[in-house]
Write a protein that binds this ligand. Structure first.
Ligand code: NAP
Length: 282
């Protein structure tokens, strides 16, 4: 049996074991991914032991996506540019390689929903780790203009400056509210929520007033629990196209299996398992 793990803290919310184990089983692979809740004081010990722990790969979630970087012998270009990795591959000799599959999965989910990133004006809500990966990928794929709105406006400004250095594109940074946000939303072809606002259990919250959502826009929420967030419900009500975060979750997990196994994941098995796991989740 080839062993994999997902690490994070706290880890109660993770869908990774359900999704990956369903794909492994559907592909007939003798592989298993287990959840390893890792308190911060055990992180260093875990990473020091990783080269000899018998794990072939690790999925990394909050709060360790940045902390794993110095432990990696090499990084793919997305992880290096974003400064965060969500996937580790342990080579047979013990070297640990880091990857980031979040950004490419976000644009793939948009494309699957019929949204054209190239030439689009995009508004990204949030400036955390996921936003970094999503914004970089949007710019690499030719988004024409990018606005970043965040509760902590200074963090949005930092992200815009980092993107300017990485891609040579001037992104606009603004607070998550007020007239500038409304104007950016009115001009946006695509809106992506990368904040945690609207996530279970605070499902009545939304990061963007319904009145700001433009008819015909594409609105993707990377929050996936609940699948239909208030933002997506209101986007549909305003005549926008709503893209749930479940598809990005599936696609980033499928990319992880590509890295670990060189195999094409079973997307349908993953989707079915995610639906069941979310049904059991509080
Ligand atoms: P993070 O680095 O901790 O960033 C959190 C972001 O949410 C920051 O922009 C933060 O703003 C904002 N935020 C949190 N609470 C807020 C509130 N009450 N009001 C306004 N803004 C708030 O986390 P992350 O890794 O970027 O993840 C963010 C979300 O994306 C999580 O829900 C995660 O589950 C989801 N995610 C989904 C996928 C997927 O595949 N679908 C992949 C990765 C992440 P401040 O800077 O002001 O704190």
């Amino acid at each position: 049996m080839e062993e994999y793990a997902v690490i994070g803290w706290p880890l109660g919310h993770t869908m990774s074991p359900a999704v990956h184990n369903a794909s492994f089983a559907a592909l007939g692979l003798a592989c298993r991914l287990g959840a390893v809740p890792l308190p911060p004081d055990r992180f260093d010990t875990f990473m020091e032991a990783l080269p000899r722990a018998g794990l072939r790969g690790v999925a990394v979630t909050i709060p360790y996506k940045e902390r794993v970087l110095p432990r990696c012998a090499s990084l793919d270009d997305v992880a290096a540019a974003v400064g965060a990795a969500n996937t580790l591959l342990v080579e047979p000799g013990g070297a640990v390689r880091g990857f980031n599959t979040d950004g490419p999965a976000a644009t793939e989910a948009l494309r699957a929903a019929g949204a054209e990133v190239r030439g689009a004006r995009v508004l990204v809500l949030g400036a955390g780790g996921a936003a970094r990966a999503v914004c970089l990928q949007l710019l690499r794929e030719g988004a024409a203009a990018l606005a970043i709105a965040n509760r902590t406006a200074a963090r949005a400004a930092r992200l815009a400056a980092d993107l300017g250095r990485a891609c040579g594109v001037e992104a606009e940074a603004m607070p998550l509210g007020g007239d500038r946000l409304a104007a950016a939303a009115a001009a946006a072809d695509i809106v992506v929520n990368t904040t945690a606002v609207g996530m279970c259990p605070r499902v009545d919250e939304t990061p963007l007033p319904a009145s700001a959502i433009r008819r015909g826009a594409v609105v993707m929420d990377i929050v996936y629990n609940p699948v239909e967030t208030r933002l997506l419900r209101e986007a549909r009500g305003r005549g926008a196209r709503a893209v749930p975060g479940t598809e990005m979750l599936i696609l980033q997990a499928a990319a992880q299996e590509g890295i670990w196994l060189g195999a094409t994941a079973d997307l349908d098995a993953m989707r079915r398992a995610l639906t069941c796991a979310l049904g059991r989740s509080p």
